[in-house]
Design a binder for this molecule. Structure first.
Ligand code: IMO
Ligand code: MG
Length: 423
């Protein structure tokens, strides 16, 4: 079975933990979009690992990890991640890790442009500042530099010359800042190419051959459905297709070969960066949940905005992603609350909206309608069987299933690998 795991909210749903668990049962794990804007945390015993580019499955010896063509790679960040793991005793072997030659490369001018563009916007996006947007923009503008280009000195020279001619003019004339020198970047990126070359191959062919040999694949989404460039809360989104549909273009595996999509959702909602967030807390709960859930960005350290579970939002995710199973993460963060609210719809201009609004202004001004459920006020950590959960916790999950019209298969109740209930 080839399975996709996507985030159903605004990212940080706990995908890293779920992937770490599910990847034990498959042969290959693949990242298909995004870059080092992602931050996937995995806790094994008392050790914490945060992944930005490497698939979270890299911790399992004997499994293969792939970075598909839809991912944008900052080679310096990737090399640091590989070396960081190796320092902790985990060798990233060539037979276990493969990078698509078609991945676009995040260049130093992308990172700088990311910040400069933000500084000029009236409505800041609150990006991670990793150069992700400008890199994808160059991909679509057909001037991007790809992984294969780093392995070809002549091609890299001509592409970089073209890019710098244009970018340096923009830096000087639009942003009144200094441009980049060719030699420094050229030398630096050729070195990165040499370092990463052993891992580079046509991963689309590799994956399709593996499927022919009956190997199983897990696709690891980064970000979340509402950060998707097409279906997210545009323009407060990331620059790639994080939804299940992104798997195909981001890996070269046909939709006919994907069997199941699982959505990862937090038992509440969080968002980092700017943009509409109808169920955001306005009370002291915003600090309580942030601290209890350790809601600080794994990539930038920014405090995450927190709010109630929004079934209007997640139901839309279930539809767009064709979800057949849910994983509810961080249930334990709600353990102390005496009342829990679920958003069941939005009101705009006094009228109840039937579907998720397309108009950004409507979403921004939408007033959530809530249903209130009693809390369970006891610890759920360490519970391994569904029937042992407090009755009100089960009621909460059952209500989510009804609203979302899909079953909950996994419930995470702690940060550690074994703190999960499987139904
Ligand atoms: P994971 O994979 C949460 C957000 C940023 C910003 C917007 C655009 O850990 O769930 P970008 O740098 O991508 O151009 O920023 O997207 N963002 C994330 N938020 N989790 C992530 O990844 C995110 N990756 C990007 O905060 O609002
Ligand atoms: Mg994250």
């Amino acid at each position: 079975m080839n399975v996709v795991v996507v985030g159903a909210q605004w990212g940080d749903e706990g995908k890293g933990k779920l992937i770490d668990i599910l990847s034990q049962d498959v042969d290959i794990t693949v990242r298909y979009q995004g870059g080092n804007n992602a931050g996937h945390t995995v806790v094994v015993k008392d050790k914490e690992y945060v992944f930005h580019l490497l698939p979270s499955a890299i911790l399992h010896k004997g499994k293969v990890c792939v970075i598909g063509n839809g991912v944008v790679i900052d080679p310096k960040a990737l090399i640091e991640e590989i070396e960081g793991l190796e320092k902790r005793g985990l060798k990233v072997l060539v037979k276990r890790f493969k990078i698509s030659g078609f991945c676009h490369i995040v260049m130093p001018y992308h990172r700088i442009l990311d910040g400069l563009r933000e500084s000029k916007r009236k409505n800041r996006i609150g990006t991670t500042g990793r150069g992700i947007g400008p890199c994808y923009a160059d991909k679509v503008a057909r001037c991007g530099i790809r992984m294969v280009d780093l392995l070809n000195p002549n091609l890299l020279r001509s592409k970089l010359e073209d890019n710098l001619a244009e970018k340096n003019e923009t830096f000087e004339k639009v942003y009144d800042t200094k441009g980049f020198s060719f030699n420094k970047i050229y030398k630096e990126y050729l070195e990165y190419g040499k370092r990463l070359a052993p891992y580079v191959e046509n991963t689309a062919l590799y994956l399709n051959e593996a499927i022919d040999k009956k190997k199983t694949i897990l696709f690891e989404g980064a970000q979340g459905t509402f950060l998707d460039i097409d279906f997210g809360t545009y323009p407060f989104v990331t620059s790639s297709n994080s939804i299940v549909g992104g798997v195909c273009c981001g890996s070269g595996v046909s939709p006919t070969k994907i069997h199941k999509a699982i959505a990862c959702v937090k038992a509440y909602t969080t968002r980092v960066g700017e943009g509409p967030f109808p169920t955001e807390f306005t009370t002291e709960l915003k600090d309580e949940i942030r601290i209890k859930g350790n809601e600080f960005g794994a990539t930038t350290g920014r405090p995450r905005r927190c709010g109630w579970f929004d079934s209007m939002l997640v139901r839309y995710s279930v539809i767009i992603n064709g979800i057949s199973e849910l994983a509810i993460m961080k249930l334990d963060v709600l353990d102390d609350l005496d009342k829990i609210q679920i958003c069941t719809g939005y009101k705009y201009n006094g009228k109840l909206l039937k579907t998720f609004p397309m108009d950004f202004e409507v979403l921004t001004k939408a007033v959530p309608s809530y249903e209130t459920l009693p809390g369970w006020q006891s610890t759920t950590c360490g519970i391994t069987r569904y029937k042992d959960l407090p009755v009100n916790a089960r009621k909460y999950i059952k209500r989510l299933e009804e609203l979302l019209k899909v079953g909950v298969k996994y419930i995470s109740n702690g940060t550690k690998r074994d703190q999960i209930i499987k139904r």
